[in-house]
Design a protein. Structure first.
Length: 136
């Protein structure tokens, strides 16, 4: 199963732990899942976790950079998506389409309307945890 993970889920996992972290760890630790990223998504992940406002220790940043390098699959995205709600988030939809993702895990309600033109299931971390992860 191919999964795309929104940056807001990643930030929640790093800063707050709980469900978003459980979801990311589950996806990363189980071979039946493939965490898809594009070069644009990977650049956003790296930029966001390095923001001074999060005050993350360098060890935590380096750990997550290693996670990205080892546990994500970079997908070539050669399509452009027009996503008027938030064009900077179109990269996630494009990655989901290009990589034939089963799930796009996000906490952003702006993506609700995108479900109409996407075969990928747009789902919250809580719902993914409840529906996909056993005994959660």
């Amino acid at each position: 199963m191919k999964i795309v993970i929104d940056t807001n889920i990643l930030v929640s996992a790093i800063l707050k732990d709980r469900t978003p972290e459980q979801v990311i760890l589950f996806v990363a630790e189980h071979d039946q899942f493939e965490w898809l990223v594009s070069s644009e998504i990977l650049a956003e992940y790296k930029a966001v976790i390095s923001r001074p406002k999060f005050k993350l220790p360098i060890e935590i940043i380096e750990k997550w950079l290693m996670v990205f390098d080892l546990l994500t699959t970079c997908t070539d995205v050669d399509i452009k998506i027009d996503f008027p709600r938030d064009q900077k988030d179109a990269k996630f939809l494009a990655c989901a389409i290009a990589g034939s993702a089963t799930f796009f895990i996000t906490g952003d309600k702006d993506f609700t309307e995108a479900q109409k033109f996407l075969d990928t299931i747009i789902i919250s971390a809580t719902d993914f945890n409840r529906l996909v992860i056993p005994n959660s």
